[in-house]
Write a protein that binds this ligand. Sequence first.
Ligand SMILES: [Fe+2]
Ligand SMILES: [Fe+2]
Length: 361
Amino acid sequence: MFAALWRWLGFGRNPYEEIASETDSQPPRPATPVPAPAALSRSEESTVPAELREDPHPPWSLGGVVSTVDKDRLLDDVIDRLGVYLELAESGPERTFIQGISDAVYRGQLNIPAFPDVARELDALLRHGDPMMTQVVRLVEREPALVQRVWTRASSAEFGGPPKGLHFAISRLGFDDLWRLAIQVCLQSELFRIPGFQSEADHVRDHGLLAADVAAELAGERRGSVYLAGLLHDVGKLMVYRHASVGLMYSSSAPDRVRQLVSELHASLGVMVAREWNLGESVALAMGYHHNPSKAPEDQQRTAWLVRAADIAVHVVDGERHGLLRDPAAALAEIPADWLRGKDPVAVARQAMKEFESQLQ
Ligand SMILES: [Fe+2]
Ligand SMILES: [Fe+2]
């Protein structure tokens, strides 16, 4: 399902391919044909298997939270925790891997690609009410990957044929969907390309796409910090995978150690990524506390709870697809009812999955 979803989203092609610059009056001509929406196989249809095996460790229960919102103290805490793992290291490659994360955190240089400028500028533009369409078109034209995605989505069957130009394509989608497409361009970044851990990185990306949709639906906000926090809530895992990719090629103890570090530190590393990308404290802290929002400062809890609800719900639906029964009742009962506005997160996640599927047909 996730691979099909990814192709449907327009990410099936090499993101580094050159795309000819486009104008408003002329439909864009991508360097390679836009991939057709992929059909799901029978096994991927949204049926809940009759018999599910119980999953005793649902993924939403595996993860720490940040120890503090203070930037310097968080840095010290992460380095201290990595120091404990360094002492436990059983091989040279394992030490190299852990030291690599520690050095990056200590230097305050995560060495990650920049957040896409166009996404940031479009977000700022749309915050100030409805902008002039010519301003929006000019902005979108600066990002070939976004032009490609707008064109693909606006040419889908539901619109009955390709639009006459970029201006018309954006009008078809509306500014909310355009905002989402612009934000999703960050998922094409080098950050998500990790040799040796590509399937893990793909899962972080795909899981985030659905969680973002569910969190935004629960919030009743088509765009904004809830969607962004849902999309990137597990991005800290990528920092561990990136260093493991370099340092752990031949270590037999590696997989367990990687899993431990991912579980314990991905929320803290996610906060560092969000701050480096200037995504705002609301997004950063939702990422930092998504495994236990009750520990977040009170005025920052709403976004964290919505991401928590979406995270749980997407894991439940994902589990059903893989024959795993994940009972969310206890975890969902902790979420203050007001934030959910009477909605059932699992039902919202099932609906989100169905909508993706229906567009894939
Ligand atoms: Fe997580
Ligand atoms: Fe998650």
